[in-house]
Design a protein. Structure first.
Length: 104
């Protein structure tokens, strides 16, 4: 995967999928419940399933960051966003409010 400068995703966690990232090029900032960590080429991070510890990376640098993202892509997985009212079942990719009602 690549993140252009300024690129990011929503902070999230997975119910049924461990996730692992390995930075190949550039620099990203990992944000989790416990704070921020700068990751550079050769660094990695792992996120256990069902931890409730939301994570995401932001490219705050001026160059494109390239990294590997590894996970099982289990259809049973539910992705929950930590900072906004959103979740997404991996089985169909819909975006739902945390109470289960769909976004329009």
């Amino acid at each position: 995967m690549t993140y252009l400068p300024g690129g990011s995703s929503q902070r999230h966690w997975h119910s049924h999928e461990d996730e692992f990232v390995y930075i190949l090029e550039g620099e990203v900032t990992l944000i989790e419940d416990g704070g921020e960590t700068v990751l550079r080429a050769g660094d990695c991070a792992a996120f256990p399933k069902a931890s409730g510890n939301g994570h995401h990376v932001i490219n705050r640098s001026r160059v494109t960051a390239v990294y590997l993202e590894v996970g099982s892509r289990s259809p049973a997985d539910l992705i929950t966003c930590s900072d906004i009212d959103m979740m997404s079942p991996a089985s169909d990719g819909r975006f739902l409010h945390k109470d289960g009602t769909p976004y329009p």
